[in-house]
Design a protein around this ligand. Sequence first.
Ligand code: ADP
Ligand code: MG
Length: 610
Amino acid sequence: MKKLNKLPQELINQIAAGEVIERPSSIVKELIDNSIDAGASIIKIKIEQGGLKTLEISDNGIGISPENLPTVFEAHTTSKISTLEDLNNIITMGFRGEALSTIVAVSQVSITSKTSENDTAYSLEFDGITPKDVKRAARDIGTTITVRNIFHNIPARQKFLKTAETEYRKIIEIATPFLLYYPNIQFIILKDGKEVINTPTTSQKPGLDLQRIQKVLKADHISRMFPIEYNGAGISITGYSAHPKDNYDKVNDQYIFVNNRSIWDFGIAKSVRSAYSRFIPNTQKVPFVISIKINSNLVDVNVHPRKEEVRFENPYRVYSAIEEAVSTALQKLVKTENSVTNYTSAIPSHAPSFLNDITPSKNYKQSPMFNSTSPSESREIRFDKAPKEFNIQQSLNFSKEILEIKQDDQPVNHTRDQIDVNKVFQIFNKYIVIEHEDTLIMMDQHAAAERINFEKLEGSIENKRMDKQALLMPLEIEINESEASYIKESEDFFESLGFTIELESAILKITAVPSIFSGQDIEKLFREIFQLSDDQRDVKKSFENAKQNILATLACHGSIRKGQPLTPYEGLHLYLDLMRCSNPYSCPHGRPAIWKQKLTDIDTNFYRTY
Ligand code: ADP
Ligand code: MG
């Protein structure tokens, strides 16, 4: 092991102060960092009660010599930097020399370690922050650090800790980037004695490896990712990005690494997104895993206390490189797929012919998914899934009602409570405008559809009329550890909604769904629920609140989207359905659904008095 150095005061001041340890997951992050720095190829993480009780990280790295055991727990002790210049050049993960000293200050720590130079291992315990005697112990080369009772001496911080299950998920969240980026390391995670993650090594060196990424992130869309590569003027980019059809309203699976370190940078995420702008609706996002290597003097890693952000000397240089890299790869992908796929219409040929009459089929027909051959035509390619699947289902329902209208007196006459379908319009493909008597009604089609679905769902739960429909083939969704933990916690809730689910290690098996979801993409629906934050969906904490949030997500899932063309009939029915809701004025997320303007107000605006 290298000689330990006390950091000069100048350097100490350079290093951004701040809270290093916020919760059990922050400890896990620091300790994984250290194990990686120590050259470990196996890292084992034991978590008891979400780390609130015990965390134990062991590795097979170089170990710590007995004489250094007490020293490494002193503030600002590190073997990794000794001068200011080192700060930027250092490629290793940790460098403040304050992780161990902070951890020992907020919890009960013990350590056992063996180096190759010593015949035996040595261990050390603490009395507060004072080290006791170093004792002989037994273990192979490497280090085990055990951390118990986090914040036992700081009750004020304990208040901010969540339930064991939530803290556990936060640990998994923080460990995930390490699991992704180090396919050369076997990670073993045990939760309350049970092995939940074990990643065999799939590569000899750190970096992005699709096999490992798939093993860690599990979701189906990972297997459809395409590779990204870029090399130019001091920046090299590698990674994987999602197939455009795998676009979502919200997405968790977005990972950025800069010089081997997991960071978040909104600008980078936006640049990836821009590359997709011609392929997916502009509200949608895609999963990606990207690694950027950049000359270390062009990036400042010292702007965030937990190193979760960086500052680029020239961010736009980085952003344009990202956009170019993704865009080039995307073009290539689309070309390849075009040459093998030949969809001619978004409406499948087996769709009932009446769809052509009642759907706004002009636009649908003209938005082929994959049928272009020339580059200029490929500008029109869009991977907007909503209209395709949903339109047919929805249209069938609409059609029934519309046919009823058509049968009696169509077009509808001006009576007090009926609206003339000729005075119903769609504008900008997202609002329905209706002139009715002395009122101009404007409705946000997506907000309205969400509200309608939401109340339908809520109603059926209240009446316990969750008609279940057994699936012919059980649906099996591969889920990751954090998702499994959530499902386990919320199983009863989903049962009460009408789902029949089973959890078999990394597989969520769905055998029945509420009838209102039959024909829907159930996997996508669950994926969207997984994207909700813990606070939004924690059924244990606030059942009512979580129920509302989850229902809102479900409702949103099956709803007419903005950007979806609707016929006047469809628009009218949406309005009539909305008016039957108990709260027609906002969508379940609280955005307004409808806006009315009286003719007199319009007149006033034009100074018109007659
Ligand atoms: P830093 O990682 O910034 O140097 P830490 O407080 O995290 O500071 O660790 C202090 C020192 O303890 C490290 O520089 C390293 O020499 C030693 N160390 C910590 N964890 C391990 C480990 N798992 N294996 C070997 N050495 C370790
Ligand atoms: Mg460290």
